[in-house]
Write a protein that binds this ligand. Structure first.
Ligand code: IVH
Length: 677
């Protein structure tokens, strides 16, 4: 056979295969048998084996997955890949509508497209002259990971957009969609894995995400992944003006688009549709936790702008989490930081929306009494969004007679001390201030990220340290010795050294972090910052009286009383004394004349992303040493945003508010320039 003939035959085979692939995977209506399809594929493989020079990257034989990777390459998205705000129920959607109506009166005449909110992994597909050239994960919305080879294995993703009729693919096209696994495919996959004795997956979403983040595309190729596209991020042609036409256009190009969608003329109609789908969605072939309401007019949606990473032109109507029945095996009593006892339900493990739930909160003891919840009861458990699962109540009609009423503890389950109830409060307290459980919670708080941020000091190690009698308060952390740690289980040289180093490093934390770490009832981040900037040291703060504290913004009489009370407790005084001895005594510099003359005096900075040479701590220190302030969130008062690689939503916020942006070098120049002149 002559070369041009082979070339032609190969091209025809590819077209046929692509077409049948499209009929099967995208339209779900094949017109040839699997056997016939395999014949075509085998013929193509034979020819490509004989003429390897004719193999192209978009050949359907290239879908089976190439060589495994070491790691994924990062890719910058051409435009931010935004997220979506949530609304729970009618009122939230009406509130959203009112908000955007105020921004743009054209909203009054808006119409809407509604789509299932698919629970999968967002992906971004790039096409050049109709050829699939790059596919990425969403990542942080600015930078994702290159998973092109994995995406190529999804049969419904066109490797080349075919030219059909008068619809030609744009020279450049970037589209966004959601990769998912259908429920029935998920069950089949899990059954197969179980049969092979391999680990099964928990839910379709995790499976889809996990499959696409495989370094070996051959594994991805074995997963029953599907995809639906719903947004054009970039097009070199004029893109459709409405969401409705966008979906139709994507379909016409041969992309898989969810056939399930609704059109609503008014917001009322849109909400009604969402409510109607609340039960219907359980029958959908994939998991979806809501319906996305999108303003149809894309120019209007664009004009509305965004809040953080959420575009204003769309909102997700989310359905409440599912309620499931299971057995209450036991009620455990936990002791909190302030000694509050809280009941915890120990459940027969149950799958709620793909997550295995073993524990749930029972709120408080009154709840157990009022609902007459008994151990052994069948109970209803609910899990909604990210919140901790909770018990709704028992199902008394299912009782067998073997259920046991819950016995309210008369003593602390941790230390055996007396427990007390404050009149008028629902909570019971353990009154022993040196109760080991309270101590553990206190130290957990002290070491936590928002407080002293002691890396590696988690609940388990804290429990080990307390059990071994090595610490009796947070101050004792600073006198721990390597020999002590080495005696503990699972502690080697390296781990011990790292922990000691992290503990020492925490001495550098600013005063406000230490105040948070003390765990004074009612004193969170905002109050702690105020106290630190007003009193400058714990010496001063401990002298403050309630009337003085109450004058501070954000501190009411209750918190003021709680602060004064805390400093009066003898064991807290002892703790402070020891912290001071151990050198844990940050002092906030007063705005002295000296400070006012520093180059960055009066300026406020926010840092986002990874800087090229400085760590975040180093950059913070550099700014502070030069008289500037570093805060966590961007506001109109922010003087500069210091921008590094892979920034977060602070970047969008800064752009929105018009806050000036500096890179690391410009920051250094600013310090230099200011000090020079
Ligand atoms: S539209 C500007 N439509 O849900 C448009 N998102 O919780 C913003 N999602 O990150 C997104 N199904 O990945 C849109 N039909 C759908 C969706 C959808 C699922 C995802 C999306 C987003 C996440 C937000």
């Amino acid at each position: 056979m002559s070369d041009p003939d082979v070339r032609k035959q190969i091209e025809e085979l590819r077209q046929q295969i692509n077409y049948h692939n499209y009929l099967y995977h995208t339209l779900d209506s094949p017109i040839i048998s699997d056997y016939e399809f395999d014949q075509l594929m085998n013929k193509l493989k034979e020819l490509e084996a004989a003429y390897p020079e004719l193999i192209t990257p978009d050949s359907p034989t290239k879908r089976t997955g190439g060589a495994p990777l070491d790691k994924f390459r990062k890719v910058q998205h051409p435009v931010p890949v935004l997220s979506l705000a949530n609304g729970f129920g009618r009122q939230d959607i009406l509130d959203w509508y009112e908000r955007i109506l105020k921004i743009d009166p054209a909203v009054a005449n808006a119409d809407y497209v509604l789509e299932p909110k698919l629970d999968g992994l967002t992906v971004v597909l790039h096409y050049e002259n109709g050829l699939f050239v790059l596919g990425a994960t969403r990542g942080d919305g600015f930078v994702g990971e290159d998973i092109t080879e994995n995406l190529k294995t999804i049969p419904s993703i066109p490797l080349r957009i075919p030219i059909r009729g008068d619809i030609k693919p744009p020279e450049q096209l970037v589209v966004r969609g959601e990769a998912i696994i259908f429920k029935k495919d998920f069950e089949r996959l899990n059954a197969e894995l179980a049969q092979r004795g391999e680990k099964t997956y928990l839910n379709p979403r995790n499976t889809a995400a996990g499959s696409l983040r495989q370094l070996d595309p051959k594994i991805t190729a074995q997963r029953p992944l599907k995809i639906y596209l719903y947004q054009i991020l970039i097009s070199s042609d004029t893109p459709p003006a409405t969401q409705r036409e966008t979906l139709e256009y994507l379909e016409a190009l041969g992309f898989p688009v969810n056939p399930l969608r609704w059109y609503a003329k008014t917001i009322e109609e849109a909400i009604n549709i969402c409510e109607q789908q609340a039960t219907a969605r359980l029958e959908w072939p994939y998991d979806a936790d809501g319906v996305v309401i999108k303003i149809n007019d894309l120019a209007l949606a664009q004009r509305l702008g965004y809040v953080g990473k959420d575009p204003r032109g769309a909102i997700a109507f989310k359905y409440p989490g599912t309620e499931v029945e299971t057995t209450l095996l036991d009620i455990q009593v936990n002791v909190g930081r302030t000694g509050v006892l809280t009941p915890l339900a120990i459940l027969k493990p149950v799958n709620i929306g793909g997550v295995i739930v073993k524990q749930a909160t029972l709120h408080n003891f009154d709840f157990i009494r009022e609902k007459d919840i008994r151990i052994g009861d069948q109970v209803l458990v609910k899990r909604a969004g990210e919140v901790i699962p909770y018990i709704l109540g028992p199902l008394p009609e299912k009782r067998t007679g073997n259920e046991k009423p819950f016995q309210m503890p008369t003593s602390c389950p941790s230390c055996g001390s007396k427990i007390q109830k404050e009149p008028g409060e629902v909570a019971y307290y353990c009154v022993n201030s040196s109760c080991p459980a309270q101590l553990a919670r206190n130290i957990e708080n002290f070491a936590s990220r928002g407080a002293m941020d002691i890396n590696g000091l988690g609940p388990q190690i804290i429990a080990q340290l307390i059990d071994a009698g090595l610490i009796h308060s947070a101050a004792d952390l600073y006198t721990l010795k390597k020999e002590d740690l080495l005696k503990l289980e699972k502690f080697g040289e390296k781990k011990a050294e790292n922990l000691l180093q992290a503990i020492q490093a925490s001495k550098q934390q600013p005063l406000e972090r230490l105040i948070i770490g003390l765990g004074i009832h009612g004193v969170g981040e905002v109050a702690a910052r105020k106290l630190a900037s007003t009193f400058h040291s714990l010496d001063n703060l401990s002298q403050a009286d309630a009337s003085q504290l109450e004058t501070l913004e954000g501190i009411g009489p209750n918190i003021a009383q709680s602060i004064v009370g805390w400093f009066q407790q003898p064991h807290n005084r002892e703790l402070l004394e020891k912290l001071k001895q151990n050198g844990v005594w940050p002092v906030e510099a007063e705005e002295s004349e000296q400070l006012k003359s520093k180059p960055l005096a009066g300026l406020t900075f926010v840092i986002t992303g990874t800087l090229p040479t400085l760590t975040r701590e180093e950059a913070t220190r550099m700014i502070e040493e030069n008289g500037g302030k570093v805060t966590d969130s961007v506001s109109r008062k922010t003087s500069y945003l210091v921008l590094g690689a892979e920034p977060g939503s602070k970047y969008i916020k800064a752009v929105e508010l018009g806050v000036p942006i500096l890179d690391e070098n410009q920051l250094k120049e600013l310090i230099y320039k200011q000090s020079a002149g």
